[in-house]
Design a protein around this ligand. Structure first.
Ligand SMILES: NC(=O)c1ccc[n+]([C@@H]2O[C@H](COP(=O)([O-])OP(=O)(O)OC[C@H]3O[C@@H](n4cnc5c(N)ncnc54)[C@H](O)[C@@H]3O)[C@@H](O)[C@H]2O)c1
Length: 260
């Protein structure tokens, strides 16, 4: 079968390590023939992401903390120099204070709320606005979300509110960018053990619960999320925009499930 992303250049934000969902997506993109550019969040991540970028033959590995406008600007300046054109963007970024993912949502501080919303939702707007001028042949922007945006998931708290804002942002961005043939979608992934997920209190109980109740009776594998990201970034996804695509072993359809 021919490669689905041959000739396309993809910018992937959010690889922290080998367990990151963005890493699984990057690997699948390379498998499908894409040329890859990765970003890392500050010096602390630099060596790891450069090493992973080397394995994936990324053409560039660039610094970008999405809350720092000057770093977003210098990212875009570097992209403009080379490769000059971007076809696909993956935004796989979120953050909330650990305290806010363990105590009642009612206790969320103003600072914690604003921080979660800035990093996890507004950054999609920042990135889309910055990169869209480089998507001169149209393209695809994909972000990662979670069911906690529309349902109460214990301890997900302010991150659920941020994901609700993120999903609404997907729809408004899809509307603004559609006339330029730029599609904007979210993948709602089932729970996956990553560094970020470990920050949520009792996360391993969530994994157990999902595996026993999801129609497929198992958890989500990062490679499944990655293959959906390939679809959205490829020409196969050309008619899909403003959507939230669930890759969660079907858990989102469960009303009342009785654990076996
Ligand atoms: N793991 C899950 O169960 C799950 C499920 C659904 C959705 N998601 C979403 O997937 C995305 C990726 O998370 P992950 O689980 O792979 O964890 P991860 O910790 O591997 O990735 C999170 C990334 O966000 C980056 N980040 C945080 N603040 C940033 C900033 N200011 N600037 C730039 N980058 C910043 C981190 O550096 C890291 O690379 C997140 O949006 C997360 O909410 C995760």
């Amino acid at each position: 079968m021919s490669e689905l992303l041959a000739g396309k250049t993809a910018l992937v934000l959010g690889v922290a390590n080998r367990w990151s969902i963005a890493y699984a997506i990057s690997s699948a993109f390379v498998r499908e023939g894409a040329s890859l550019i990765l970003t890392y969040q500050g010096e602390r991540q630099r060596a790891t992401v450069e090493e992973l970028g080397g394995e994936l033959k990324a053409s560039k590995v660039l610094n970008c903390d999405v809350t720092k406008p000057e770093e977003v600007e210098s990212l875009v300046a570097s992209l403009r120099e080379a490769p000059g054109k971007i076809d696909a963007v993956v935004h796989s970024i979120a953050f909330a204070n650990r305290d806010d993912l363990s105590r009642p949502f009612l206790e969320t501080s103003r600072d914690g709320f604003l921080l979660a919303l800035e990093v996890s939702a507004y950054s999609l707007v920042t990135v889309a606005r910055a990169v869209a001028p480089l998507m001169s042949n149209g393209g695809s922007v994909t972000t990662l979300t979670y069911l906690g945006s529309t349902r109460v998931v214990q301890n997900y708290n302010v991150m659920g509110v941020a994901k609700a804002a993120l999903e609404a942002s997907v729809r408004y961005l899809a509307s603004d960018l559609g006339p330029r043939n730029i599609r904007v979608n979210a993948i709602s992934a089932g729970p996956i053990k990553t560094a970020s997920a470990r920050g949520i209190k009792d996360f391993s109980k969530v994994l157990d619960s999902v595996a026993s109740l999801a129609p497929l009776r198992r958890n989500t594998d990062p490679s499944e999320v990655a293959d959906a990201a390939v679809f959205l970034a490829s020409d196969l996804g050309r008619g899909v925009t403003g959507n939230v695509v669930f890759v969660d072993a079907g858990f989102q359809i469960v009303g009342i499930g009785l654990s076996e």
